[in-house]
Design a protein around this ligand. Structure first.
Ligand SMILES: *[C@@H]1O[C@H](CO)[C@@H](O)[C@H](O)[C@H]1NC(C)=O
Ligand SMILES: [Zn+2]
Ligand SMILES: [Zn+2]
Length: 451
């Protein structure tokens, strides 16, 4: 997952993201697929992906990527490995898309189109897990599982290719750069990778849920997020003679207190929002009032309207409250070239599709409902353009020690997750195409739709 703004600042943003908290099992899993043969596909694909040589192949890819982590827009070797696997599978692709991105095509080459997305980038973290395939690049690590996401999406590509006669349309494989703050999804979208595509699916591994389970929800799933930096300028001087200075430390302190009233007093209590000031830099001596203070932080919400409102009020409050203390302020929202991340909002129809497919593969009791999270995902950019669905794939083995958390040096993948992700990706796409296939026209049908 996530974050926006320059990589240099990423380190300070680690750990914003806490994964799921599954609560109840979906009670309403439908069985509309049971009647038409679609229900056998998920189980068949999982059996296919769980064969030893298939798993070994995916594990090998994942470990190779894990050893050579690359940051956003620098995924050259990862991209090369993906292309070489697609070549071996005989799957055509476009490259480069958005610097390092690869877009493959499996199926008839004709509509309908459905997309699967994998993110490729690593994080600026020094791996502290001691194992054979640890990161060979100092200060860089696949600490968000994107190595597994690539491996599972290549797994899906292989499943799809080997069942290509069952594809009634084309699956678009979207390997994107720079999910971790670089807005790679936005860049891919702007290059037209989803033109004519009906739906897109994305997944994320999580240590918070049990292996063999999945979790998601319809509607808002992850928050939209933006960042701000403000420079509050006064006039420095001797700390014992405040009457000759304009103190930016006090002004910034009042700004921070006032910012906390945006959520507590202006937002709807039922519309979850966050404003956090996570950075405060100013002054360096006991007896000197500094000229300026820099503060920075993040704001999050589950609707675009709330994000826009927060952004406007953050600027007004910083400038207005600084002025009360006779200081000036400038505010930068770091929204160029990557705009503020929108919320990740799951399409309702795709949610039903997901319940059917995941239920058929794993059993309905393995498909969990989840609460929304304040973390964010650049997958949200795709969902602004077309219906999309994002879900979490559990990795935790109940009998093993707790896996390390995402965005920490201790993050670990349970590689048993790989066949699940590959088979889910392939099944969601294949059955979506079968459902999207134009229905044979009935003879007494309405002829108006021919016009
Ligand atoms: C704030 O800006 C105004 C207008 O540019 C300027 O006159 C004033 O001196 C500034 N105040 C401080 C504390 O920098
Ligand atoms: Zn991630
Ligand atoms: Zn992440």
């Amino acid at each position: 997952m996530e974050t926006i703004m320059g990589f240099s600042k990423l380190v300070s943003l680690l750990l914003i993201f806490h994964l799921l908290n599954p609560t109840a099992v979906f009670s309403s899993s439908l069985s509309s697929s049971k009647s038409n043969g679609l229900s056998e596909i998920p189980k068949k694909f999982l059996d296919f992906a769980e064969r030893k040589e298939f798993v070994d192949w995916m594990v090998g890819i994942r470990r190779k990527i894990h050893e050579n982590p690359e940051l956003g827009y620098e995924e050259f070797e990862t991209s090369k490995l993906i292309r070489s696997e697609l070549d071996k599978l005989g799957i055509p692709y476009n490259y480069p898309v958005s610097v390092t991105g690869v877009v493959g095509f499996v199926g008839t080459g004709k509509p309908p189109f459905v997309a699967l997305r994998a993110d490729m980038d690593a994080l600026p973290i020094q791996e502290e897990v001691d194992w054979e395939h640890r990161s060979k690049i100092p200060g860089k690590m696949h600490a968000c599982g994107h190595d597994a996401h690539v491996s599972m999406t290549l797994g899906a590509a292989k499943i799809l290719k080997e069942h290509v006669e069952e594809l009634k349309g084309t699956v678009v494989l979207v390997f994107q750069p720079a999910e971790e703050g670089g807005g790679g999804a936005k860049k891919m979208l702007d290059e037209g990778v989803l033109d004519n595509v009906d739906a897109i699916f994305g997944l994320h591994v999580t240590h918070e849920n049990t292996i063999g389970t999945v979790a998601s929800k319809p509607g808002p799933l992850l928050a939209g997020s933006g960042f701000f930096t403000a420079v509050i300028t006064g006039r420095g001087g001797h700390a014992a003679l405040p009457q000759h200075s304009t103190d930016p430390i006090l002004a910034a302190s009042n700004v921070i207190v006032s910012l906390q009233h945006l959520v507590s007093r202006e937002a709807d209590p039922l519309d979850s929002q966050v404003v956090t000031v996570a950075k405060f830099q100013g002054g360096s001596a006991f007896n000197v009032i500094p000229d300026s203070v820099t503060i920075g932080g993040t704001f999050r919400a589950f609707s675009k309207a709330s994000l826009i409102q927060l952004k406007q009020r953050i600027e007004e409050v910083i400038k207005g409250q600084a002025a009360v203390q006779r200081c000036n302020a400038t505010v930068d929202f770091h929204d160029k070239p990557v705009p503020t991340f929108p919320p990740t909002v799951n399409d309702n129809d795709l949610h039903e599709h997901f319940l059917n497919v995941a239920g058929d593969m794993l059993g309905n009791d393995k498909v969990k409902d989840m609460k929304p999270l304040m973390g964010s995902e650049d997958f949200a950019f795709y969902q602004e353009a077309i219906p999309g669905y994002f879900y979490f794939l559990g990795m935790q083995d109940e009998n093993s020690p707790k896996l390390g958390s995402v965005h920490t040096p201790h993050f670990t993948i349970n590689e048993d997750v790989l066949p699940y992700g590959a088979a889910l990706h392939a099944s969601l796409a294949t059955t979506h195409l079968l459902k999207a296939e134009p229905k044979p026209r009935s003879t007494e049908g309405n002829l108006h739709d021919e016009l």
